[in-house]
Design a binder for this molecule. Structure first.
Ligand code: AMP
Ligand code: MG
Length: 402
């Protein structure tokens, strides 16, 4: 199989994935980061009554005249409306959020009022009809469609949903992601390292990425580099999974068994080599509704491919629109770049603002896919299309922020 362009690989992957059908009910307090499963209508009108936007006096605009005197006949505070009607020549003391009493149509702010003896006020300010009043329904009305299915809920949406009259929201079930790390050299984080061992960092990084993208991650630990062990581990991972993610062992070296093991478990491999850097050995396959993603072992490759493949895949499964879409931004290069080959490249870079306001992306000198320190220090990835020519510093480019 020759190298497949990234856009084609991603399209094929997304086409093979379906939106999870199960819908859960999440209380508002735990709905942050969840994906709304259906459109949401307002169950009430906000505000439900005309409310004062200021502390002051509710009056009739027609009564206002220079030096005019009004008699204060009551009070309307938040949660404590004035029960009567404001007549001509009368005012009601009012506070922010309180219902505007019948008969009144305007609020004069307290700073523009002089208190007189005998329960009266005077003002020199002439306010237009409706001043400082929030009409009933200015925010939204019963039946308004305010939140759409597929959106990822954040604090703004949760607050709005509460005001709309919802106490719990329909959300998509979280995709279950099983993570299998392959490699004889690996030890769990925190374990003491034997000779020639390194820490398995990919499993936890991928789990964090999967959770941040809306999934539930299960770290199934480290698997030895043997055909049987890999196959057994993948068989275990398939139980109760929506997606099996493997790290390492994805090439065709003597110690790479992931592809064989996936096939032995009945997966159909749609592609296993993608024209990207970092991360050429990258597999995707399916077995009925169960999906698998085989990511490369080098930590930076694993993380970049996680962003480019795992994240959109989970977004698709969650029913988020435009799952394939990366939020790209224009920038200019902070350093010259050599011509690129056939692999679309994602270069770790720092961002800064130039004196004339340009966003400047400067790639790190080393782009070695084992250097995690620079992946963690990067602000963005510069996207270099396949076969792009050499570029001088200052040339236009596109970035994805990390
Ligand atoms: P592989 O893809 O298995 O050939 O691994 C490529 C490189 O990534 C090797 O240097 C591995 O030691 C390293 N590697 C593989 N898996 C992990 C992991 N889970 N955490 C950190 N490094 C890994
Ligand atoms: Mg390996």
């Amino acid at each position: 199989m020759s190298l497949m362009p990234l856009s084609e690989a991603r399209q094929r992957m997304l086409a093979a994935a379906s939106v999870l059908t199960e819908i859960e009910t999440a209380p508002l307090g735990s709905s942050g980061g969840r994906t709304l499963a259906s459109d949401l209508l307002a169950l009430r009108t906000q505000p439900p009554f005309a409310a004062s936007a200021m502390d002051g006096y509710a009056v009739r605009a027609g009564d206002l005249a220079a030096g005019g005197i009004l008699r204060v006949v009551g009070e309307s505070a938040a949660g404590h409306p004035f029960g009567g009607t404001v007549g001509s020549g009368q005012a009601v003391r009012i506070f922010t959020g309180a219902p505007v009493p019948t008969g009144s149509d305007t609020v004069i702010i307290q700073e523009n009022v002089t208190k007189l003896d005998g329960g009266c006020i005077s003002t020199n300010v002439i306010e237009p009809f409706g001043r400082h009043i929030r009409g009933a329904g200015v925010d939204f009305q019963t039946g308004d469609l305010l939140l759409t299915g597929g959106m990822v809920l954040d604090s703004r949406h949760i607050g709005l949903a509460a005001s709309m009259g919802h106490a719990a929201l329909p959300v998509r079930r979280k995709p279950r992601v099983m993570i299998v790390s392959t490699g004889d050299e690996l030890a769990e984080p925190g374990a003491s390292l034997g000779e020639a061992q390194i820490v398995s960092s990919n499993s936890v990084a991928l789990a964090a990425l999967a959770e941040a993208a809306g999934g539930t991650a299960f770290d199934l630990g480290i698997v030895k580099d043997s055909r049987d062990a890999t196959s057994e581990a993948i068989a275990r991972a398939c139980e109760n999974a929506d997606l099996v993610v493997t790290s390492g062992g994805a090439s065709v070296g003597d110690h790479d068994f992931v592809q064989d093991a996936l096939k032995a478990n009945g997966f159909d491999i749609a592609f296993w080599k993608v024209a990207i850097r970092p991360g050429k050995p990258l597999m995707f396959g399916s077995k009925g509704g169960l999906l698998c993603l085989g990511l490369p072992g080098n930590p930076v490759s694993s993380q970049v491919c996680g962003l480019l493949f795992l994240k959109p895949l989970l977004r698709k499964m969650l029913g988020q629109p435009d799952a394939a879409y990366d939020r790209r931004e224009p920038a200019v290069l902070g350093a010259p770049l050599a011509a690129n080959d056939i692999r679309e490249e994602y270069m770790r870079a720092k961002l800064a603002r130039s004196a004339d306001g340009d966003l400047v992306a400067t790639p790190f000198v080393t782009q070695d896919s084992s250097i995690q320190r620079l992946m963690a220090a990067a602000d963005a990835l510069i996207i270099r299309p396949a076969l792009s020519p050499a570029m001088p510093a200052g040339a236009k480019c596109e970035i994805i922020r990390l």
